[in-house]
Design a protein around this ligand. Structure first.
Ligand code: TYC
Length: 93
């Protein structure tokens, strides 16, 4: 039997949570979403929103699978409730 002697630390798989640009969601709504669900300051949230607006996609945070999934669901539910087409997705790092 081969036993592992080298100590190994397990790292959890991490996921980026991304916002996607669209032509209809108001900038102010996106800033509010980033502040509310990703705990960013107004300044950071504005920077992220403008990055998405100009580049098509941008990162709001990096989380473990379950947390990332929760963020995506919260953002999508909130956007739908306000009838905005904002899209939020997660991507394995
Ligand atoms: N492009 C949108 C506008 O001009 C703003 C926007 C930014 C929408 C980021 C979505 O994830 C987004 N109103």
């Amino acid at each position: 039997m081969i036993t592992r002697t080298k100590p190994r630390t397990k790292r959890p798989n991490l996921y980026r949570v991304l916002l996607l640009n669209d032509d209809y969601t108001p900038m102010e709504f996106v800033v509010h979403v980033v502040e509310r669900f990703f705990n960013k300051s107004r300044e950071d949230a504005t920077r992220i929103m403008l990055h998405v607006h100009q580049n098509g996609v941008g990162e709001c945070g990096i989380f473990t699978y379950e947390v990332a999934e929760t963020k995506v669901t919260q953002v999508m539910d909130f956007a739908r409730k306000h009838q905005h087409p904002l899209q939020c997705v997660m991507e394995k790092k």
